[in-house]
Each structure stands twice: as structure tokens, then as C-alpha cells.
Ligand binder design. Structure first.
Ligand code: 13P
Length: 214
């Protein structure tokens, strides 16, 4: 393993630990992938992050063949399908954050409640219809919900955030969880008023010249 490979694998483990420290995930229910050579590096299934070592990270070629001493995440399929379909994506973070997951249980997308919804790429953050974990159907549903977006919820399951780097995917995961929390807090009082699709378009244009670049 080259020094570069080692660092990349370690950065995935560090991000997994950060997910739990930031309370956007619990236990080993999340998984992370990063584009690597002609495939991806992905977390192993069901392995506690505090014992995970760089050689536990699995390399998968783009045709879905796993190389390594561990089994890849049970969600490897949507990780691979997203990286295959989306040239703009370098890293995929999947987690079960409490507020995102609560909205996903209600099968509700996040509408334009706040201008920061725009950081996910459009005027809402969609909720993909439910399908069993690890299935092609879940992967297809996730890809459709991510069309023109960088993040989505997965009904009765959790969320996916993507980025042009692992840091940007992690940043977005935290941001989407914050929006979900704000939305659920508002819903305790009433359905919140929404920003218009046009205004989210203005925000996206403004962000491209400001600090919120991916
Ligand atoms: P893994 O431990 O297999 O990555 O799966 C957890 C999970 O998120 C299932 O949706």
C-alpha cells in the first residue's frame, strides 16, 4: 500500500469517527466511499469505527468486484452506482442522523424552509421511496432522488450526502441534518412558510460567487 493509499483509507476512518462524534450517526449504521483509481474505497460492513484500520477498507472496482480482507458495506451498491453515474461526485457519506431519519420515516422531503437548502443543489432535498437496504431498487431510488442534487433522504432509513471531496460530503451531511432539525422544530408549531423556487435559484447563483462553493 502506498503512503497516498494509506492516507486516503485513514481519512475515511477519521470521517467515520467524526460522524459519530458529531452525532450524525450511531454505531456502525453509516458507511462512506471515496473514488479511487478505477473504482472506490468503501468501509467494511458492520465494523466498529474505533477498531477499523486502513487495511479493513475495501477496494471495489467499478464492476462491483471487491478486493480486501473484509466484506464491503451492505450499501456498496448505491455508493458504486452514485460514483458511476455522477462524474461530479468524489465521496459519498451515508448515515442515519436522528432528524433526517425522523423526516424520512414521515416520508417527507425538506422543502425550501431556509436559504441553505440550496447547498444541496436545488429547491428541496428529496426523500427517496423506501426499498430494502442493500438492494438495486434502493440504489435506483437514491439515484433518482439525487438527480440535480448533492443529498437526499431515504424513506424509513436515513440520508445520503455527496461531495467533490470527503470533507465537502461530510460538511453537507452535517448541514442537511441541521436543516432537518430546523424543519422538524418548525413543524411542532406549524407548517413553515417556504422560500420560492426562484429565490433558491438566486441563492445558488450568489453562492457560486461566495464562500459556499463545494
Ligand atoms: P454496513 O455496516 O453494512 O455499512 O451497513 C449499515 C447500513 O447503513 C445499512 O443501511
Amino acid at each position: 500500500m502506498t503512503e497516498h493509499d494509506l492516507q486516503k483509507r485513514q481519512s475515511i476512518i477519521d470521517a467515520c469517527r467524526r460522524m459519530n462524534a458529531l452525532s450524525i450517526n450511531q454505531g456502525t449504521s453509516g458507511n462512506i466511499s471515496v473514488r479511487h483509481e478505477d473504482g472506490m474505497l468503501v468501509t467494511p460492513t458492520s465494523m466498529p469505527y474505533d477498531v477499523m484500520q486502513p487495511d479493513d477498507i475495501v477496494f471495489m472496482s467499478m464492476d462491483g468486484e471487491a478486493h480486501g480482507k473484509r466484506q464491503p458495506s451492505s450499501e456498496w451498491r448505491f455508493h458504486l452506482d452514485i460514483l458511476r453515474a455522477r462524474a461530479d461526485v468524489t465521496a459519498v457519506v451515508h448515515a442515519h442522523p436522528v432528524y433526517c431519519t425522523s423526516l424520512s420515516i414521515l416520508e417527507r422531503p425538506i422543502p425550501p424552509i431556509h436559504y441553505m437548502v440550496a447547498v444541496a443543489g436545488g429547491s428541496d432535498i428529496r426523500c427517496a421511496p423506501y426499498a430494502t437496504f442493500g438492494t438495486e431498487e434502493l440504489s435506483a431510488n437514491a439515484l433518482a432522488a439525487l438527480e440535480g442534487r448533492k443529498a437526499c433522504l431515504l424513506a424509513h432509513h436515513g440520508m445520503i450526502a455527496t461531495g467533490t471531496s470527503l470533507d465537502s460530503a461530510m460538511w453537507l451531511a452535517v448541514e442537511v441534518e441541521t436543516l432537518a432539525r430546523q424543519y422538524l422544530t418548525c413543524l411542532q408549531v406549524q407548517e413553515p412558510p417556504l422560500l420560492s423556487v426562484d429565490e433558491i435559484g438566486n441563492v445558488i447563483a450568489r453562492m457560486s460567487n461566495y464562500g459556499h462553493r463545494d
